[in-house]
Design a protein around this ligand. Structure first.
Ligand SMILES: [Zn+2]
Length: 416
């Protein structure tokens, strides 16, 4: 009897060891599925590697548009900062040329570091698509660099560590809300002290994460982490204590420009979520049947993530929903584009994405053990939101070109 028990315990230990070795190997060798379609150089011209260059190109293209259309407004909003006097949100507004009926708002860099791809998509739109569009009854507002600090300094969040896509609310109750699920995960999400990629915690991060997945389920975990939190200012997904300067600054512009239009359609550009090399349409859940139908008409033939998949989550304080709330009398159509980079729909991909964010945030607040760690952590986070692969970049532009040109035609037929 004793012998059998001994054998069973040895076997159990072996099985656990095997599982540890296999998951550690899988985790450390994880790479998302590569984009195989070759890059087209005409798509790559829209990408630049600094905030200033992106902004400069946006302004150059806005000036070109100004020569082609009537009454174009090109302007900027200075965003207050303790670190940098040159942070601006730039915008270009082309009013409907005959009758004010529909308005498209194409916005980028609500998550600053995602602005490199967002800006590239906007530049392509301005250079190629705008002139082919029928603007007699449709206006277009392009907003460049909603979070210029994060854009310039390659962080997702604002200077105050605030995730702008959790910060947008016209009701201060949001900032007092409590995300209890997040509190349970606080120590895992926000470790203290200098970050070292060689620490046991980081080397075996996936084991801790898998243990949490077993304990809470993937869906519950995803929701608790990603929804947004308002209690821990240095923590991940912090939504702030009040409206951030960027949102405060853009609010009157949005109210004023939308004023004469009946129908307003926002596409907010993001990266990082979903299958690598795929453009996901990812709106926050929508109950209204007509609105849902209209969105399906606008993007007909394209899959929309309505929230039926396992990797679905909702957020509080997002920018797209906020626009709808500040213009309650308009027929408002919200949409988020997510360009997938790291296969975050897979378990390993989502653990990797989360780990990248945790160590970046820890390093930012508590510093790095070595220079090597700092370089690697910052390289990984940039790669996650702005991949270096030319194939990836080219495909992102191509997908955006196809979907935007098609959806703009469809949008012209939408009525209130
Ligand atoms: Zn984003």
């Amino acid at each position: 009897m004793k012998k059998t028990l001994k054998i069973i315990s040895i076997l159990l230990v072996l099985i656990i060891l095997c599982a540890l070795v296999v998951t550690t190997y899988q985790y450390n060798t994880f790479t998302p599925v590569a984009v195989i379609q070759d890059a087209d150089s005409k798509n790559l011209v829209y990408f630049q590697n600094s905030y200033e260059e992106c902004r400069k190109n946006f302004i150059l293209l806005a000036d070109k548009i100004n020569k082609r259309f009537e009454k174009v407004t090109i302007s900027k909003l200075n965003i207050e900062s303790k670190k940098d006097p040159d942070l601006t949100i730039n915008y270009c507004y082309v009013p409907a040329q005959k009758k004010f009926k529909r308005l498209l708002i194409l916005s980028s860099a609500v998550h600053g570091i995602e602005g490199y791809v967002g800006s590239a998509v906007q530049q392509m739109f301005m250079e190629e698509l705008l002139e082919k569009m029928n603007l007699s009854e449709m206006g277009v507002l392009l907003i460049h660099g909603m979070n210029p600090y994060g854009f310039k300094y390659k962080r997702r969040v604002s200077e105050n560590n605030v995730d702008l896509n959790r910060n947008c609310s016209n009701d201060s109750k949001l900032y007092k809300s409590i995300n209890a699920g997040y509190s349970n995960l606080y120590t895992m999400l926000n470790p203290k002290g200098e970050v070292s990629l060689k620490s046991i915690k980081n080397m075996f991060f996936q084991i801790n994460a898998i243990q949490k997945i077993i304990q809470y389920s993937m869906g519950t975990l995803r929701q608790a982490i990603l929804q947004g939190q308002y209690q821990y200012p240095e923590g991940l997904y912090f939504g702030g204590n009040e409206l951030e300067p960027s949102i405060k600054a853009i609010t009157p512009v949005l109210k004023q420009i939308t004023e004469n239009y009946g129908i307003v359609f926002n596409i907010d550009l993001h990266t990082g979520y979903g299958a690598r090399g795929t453009l996901h349409l990812f709106p926050n859940p929508i109950e209204d049947k007509k609105l849902k139908n209209d969105i399906e008409t606008i993007f007909s033939g394209k899959h929309i993530d309505w929230g039926d998949g396992d990797n679905f989550y909702t957020v509080t304080g997002d920018f797209t929903s906020y626009i709808g709330r500040i213009i309650p009398k308009k027929y408002y159509i919200p949409m988020v584009f997510e360009f997938g980079t790291l296969d975050s729909q897979t378990t390993m991909g989502s653990i990797k994405s989360l780990h990248n964010m945790i160590v970046e945030n820890q390093g930012f607040h508590h510093n790095y053990k070595t220079k090597k760690d700092e370089i690697k952590i910052n390289k990984d986070i940039l790669e996650m939101y702005y991949p270096t692969s030319e194939n990836w970049k080219s495909k992102a532009i191509e997908d955006a070109r196809i979907i935007l040109s098609k959806s703009m035609k469809q949008f012209s037929s939408i009525e209130r």
